[in-house]
Ligand binder design. Structure first.
Ligand code: FAD
Ligand code: NAI
Length: 475
């Protein structure tokens, strides 16, 4: 006997579980299928984000930052701490506990919202007048029928040809979050978001870290001025970042991993490391979905083809999150999930891609929203720019962290804010004000006229807005 639902969501990551909750809130009878297993074989809701992404990486970044502070910065405050050591097993166990709290929290939320949860792999079987028939292969096998289906099956780490993940020596994000002891030498391929975050964790704990990046520019998607400042800070910390690299043969043996590579000048090099993290992007995941059974259309990258509203080529089938076009970010997946649930309910859900913030949780943090200066130049848009350094911010001085700046870009005529770019302390929190401002189509003068608490890092945002009009007060 198959079970009938108004909406069946395949995938319980941030895109899927949030879509399921919102659809249930709107009065629909909803099922959510997710196959992720914890170490005991039970459900582990939350997808990549909760299990091997956002949450565990931030837990390790926090632990390693405490260690770094204790080791290198406590003395600035008059604190003497001797014999500071890191118990890596304890750090990893704490991270696992944080993950479990989140897994359990999501299971609770599904129950609270009366979403029926099915643990197992969901795959399309057929379409009929009753809806789409989806088989769940788990401990038991059952068939669900959904009038509407939301696919939120996420993404997987991209494999470097010739260097498959063994998660012992050659690590994806999964293995990178389970390393049991500090590697003496750590290599990373790709100086994108994961490369910088994971490289920072192990560099702080004592690894000698080398990152090999294929592109000649560092963080090409980031505003150039901000990327330059970040590169300076990371290099000073001891991260070795090689740009314009071509990676050749990768050999894993008992002794570690040997990577043949060519530098930007074309000179042959070899890097010998204890472990190698490959972080060269992610690919959409439709493995096991049996998309062919219903002729669900995928593009050449394997992503599900959707329109601006997340509609697929099939009536009543939607797709959200990493498995479709757009940035691979948890909050983008969530916003699409909410919007799709609302559209199914006949409402007008909306996602503004121009105000999706990005954050890289390194130290200094990097955060931005809207357009970069180089994008505005290419578009031929006339703009004004203002920047304010944390060096001139009282709170940053008190914190002992004055690296970086807030930079604001505004339309030359209307003064509407077009982008804000931050490198510095707590950039992840500071960017929220800028997202709100852009969502409300504020001008730089609006921010400049708003009272900001003193002393706070947010005063740097206000001063950057004043700088757009060449009238900073504290610099
Ligand atoms: P996922 O989270 O991948 O969830 C998909 C779920 O579907 C999984 O549980 C999977 O098991 C399940 N599934 C797949 N196929 C099936 C099937 N056929 N049947 C049943 N279940 C299935 N983003 C941020 O915004 N901030 C961050 O700080 C951040 N940090 C990250 C750090 C790392 C190391 C990584 C790898 C990613 C990070 N991301 C971050 C990206 C973020 O994790 C993803 O954008 C987000 O998880 C995408 O959500 P999703 O719901 O689309 O997919
Ligand atoms: P990425 O796209 O951020 O960076 C990949 C890097 O690898 C790029 O700089 C690319 O030029 C380089 N590269 C690709 N192929 C290469 C090769 N063969 N040799 C050398 N360099 C190569 O991808 P990453 O870091 O794997 O992360 C995947 C995604 O996960 C991110 O794009 C982001 O969407 C998400 N994420 C988000 C985080 C956050 O929001 N804080 C944290 C971590 C991941």
């Amino acid at each position: 006997m198959s079970k009938q639902f108004d909406v069946v969501v395949i995938g319980g990551g941030p895109g899927g579980y949030i879509a399921a909750i919102r659809a249930a809130q709107l009065g629909m009878n909803v099922a959510c299928i997710d196959e992720w297993k914890n170490s005991k074989g039970g459900p582990a809701l939350g997808g990549t984000c909760t299990n091997v992404g956002c949450i565990p990486s931030k837990a390790l970044l926090q632990s390693s930052e405490h260690f770094d502070h204790a080791k290198h910065h406590f003395t600035d405050h008059g604190i003497t701490a001797t014999e500071i050591t890191m118990d890596v097993a304890k750090m990893v166990a704490r991270k696992d506990a944080v993950v479990k709290q989140n897994n359990d929290g999501i299971l609770y939320l599904l129950k609270k919202n009366k979403v029926s949860f099915f643990h197992g792999r969901g795959s399309f079987v057929a379409a009929s007048e009753a809806g789409y028939h989806i088989k769940v292969a788990g401990a038991a096998e059952e068939t669900l029928v959904g009038k509407q289906v939301i696919v939120a099956t996420g993404s997987n780490a991209r494999v470097l040809p010739g260097a498959p993940f063994d998660e012992e020596l050659i690590l994806s994000n999964d293995g990178a979050l389970r390393v049991g002891a500090v590697p003496k030498k750590l290599g990373l391929i790709g100086s994108g978001v994961i490369g910088l975050e994971m490289g920072s964790v192990w560099r702080r704990l004592g690894s000698e870290v080398t990152i090999l990046e294929g592109l000649p520019t560092f963080l090409g998607v980031v505003d150039e001025q901000i990327a330059k400042e970040a590169h300076k800070a990371f290099t000073k910390q001891g991260l070795k970042i090689e740009l314009g690299v071509t990676v050749g043969e990768v050999k894993a043996s008992k002794a570690g991993v040997s990577i043949a590579w060519t530098n930007a000048k074309g000179e042959a090099q070899t890097l010998e490391v204890d472990k190698l993290i490959v972080s060269i992007g992610r690919v959409p995941n439709t493995i096991g979905l049996n998309a062919e059974a219903v002729s669900l259309k995928l593009d050449e990258r394997g992503a599900i083809v959707v329109d601006d509203l997340c509609k697929t080529n099939l009536p009543g089938v939607w797709a959200v999150g990493d498995v479709v076009r757009g940035p691979m970010l948890a909050h983008k997946a969530e916003e699409e999930g909410v919007a799709v649930a609302e559209r199914i309910a006949g409402q007008h859900g909306h996602v503004n891609f121009n105000t999706v913030p990005w954050v890289i949780y390194t130290s200094p943090e990097i955060a931005w929203v809207g357009q970069t200066e180089q994008q505005l130049k290419v578009a031929g848009r006339a703009y004004k720019s203002g920047a304010f350094p944390f060096l001139a911010n009282g709170r940053a001085r008190a914190l002992g962290d004055t690296t970086g700046m807030v930079k604001m870009l505004a339309d030359a005529t209307t003064d509407e804010i077009l982008g804000v770019h931050i490198v510095g302390p707590m950039a992840s929190e500071l960017i929220a004000e800028c997202v709100v401002a852009m969502e409300f189509r504020a001008s730089s003068e609006d921010i400049a006229r708003i009272c900001h608490a003193h002393p706070s890092l947010s005063e740097a945002t206000k001063e950057a807005a004043l700088a757009v009009d060449k009238r900073t007060l504290n610099f």
